[in-house]
Design a binder for this molecule. Structure first.
Ligand code: SF4
Ligand code: SF4
Length: 255
């Protein structure tokens, strides 16, 4: 798998955030606001395992609508003029387009790659502070309040799914607080999941559908009646580097 296109381009666990409510972590972004994203009487549950199925056959040639949708929703990237002093290699990259090429035939096609929300995440294993964490419902996050920026998790992630913020940020969005000196990655649009549950549509999936491609299916992989479970049962789904045994929350068709 070779990387082809760098498209130039939350509510963290209630208990942790609540302890420090009222502290500003960025201009206009307060911990107590972050903590309101999900009612305290609705804890996440291991009854759910949120995941994504991406049909790469439906991806349009050169399309990066999912990347732009994520940027817009979560406040990173060139759309927001985020990190203006960083090089393209240094900038945040929650989701990116990569190209898969068969070296014998030359056949190539593209797919979106983000945090795979591993069931057994190496990024969590190596974190010395517990900032890198997996929720009961399978969503893997970074708690910015206790991330010390050591970047061990970035080195441990087999998918290069995480990036590090090198500079002060302006005009952040309340739904996706970010901070200089911390690591970040795809949150599976956790603010939408916490608000809408099984009816949530992550921003990348929404942008893809708006483009007419509809390559993404989000849902509860623990619910046999969900659309994602139904499609996985019918057609299967590929895990990238399944040999690593990480049991990924993001599955693909067409590869
Ligand atoms: S893809 Fe990388 S960042 Fe995401 S859970 Fe797995 S190891 Fe962690
Ligand atoms: S699920 Fe949300 S955070 Fe993750 S890549 Fe899609 S838009 Fe970005």
């Amino acid at each position: 798998m070779s990387e082809h296109v760098d498209t130039s381009r939350r509510r963290f666990l209630g208990g942790t955030a609540g302890a420090a409510a009222g502290i500003s972590i960025a201009p206009g972004v307060f911990l107590n606001q972050v903590a309101q994203a999900k009612p305290a009487d609705q804890p996440v549950s291991s009854d759910n395992r949120w995941g994504m199925l991406i049909d790469t056959n439906k991806c349009g040639d050169g399309c990066d609508a999912c990347v732009r949708g994520c940027m817009e929703e979560n406040g990173w990237g060139d759309i927001h003029n985020s990190e203006p002093h960083s090089s393209p290699e240094q900038k945040a990259q929650w989701i990116r387009i990569v190209e898969l090429r068969d070296t014998s035939t030359g056949y190539a096609h593209q797919l979106p790659l983000m945090c795979q929300h591993c069931k057994h995440p190496p990024c969590v294993d190596v974190c010395p502070t517990g900032a890198s964490m997996k929720r009961a419902d399978g969503i893997v996050l970074v708690d910015k309040h206790i991330c010390i920026g050591c970047r061990y998790c970035m080195m441990a992630c087999p998918y290069k799914a995480r990036s590090f913020i090198h500079e002060d940020l302006q005009d952040q969005l309340v739904v996706a607080p970010r901070g200089k000196g911390t690591v970040e990655s795809c949150t599976l649009c956790v603010h939408r999941v916490d608000k809408d549950g099984a009816d949530a549509v992550p921003a990348c999936a929404e942008a893809c559908a708006a483009e007419g491609h509809d390559a993404f299916v989000f849902g509860d992989m623990n619910d046999p009646n969900s659309e994602i479970s139904r499609q996985l049962a019918l057609h299967g789904g590929t895990q990238i580097r399944a040999d690593l045994g990480l049991d990924l929350g993001v599955r693909y068709r067409g590869i």
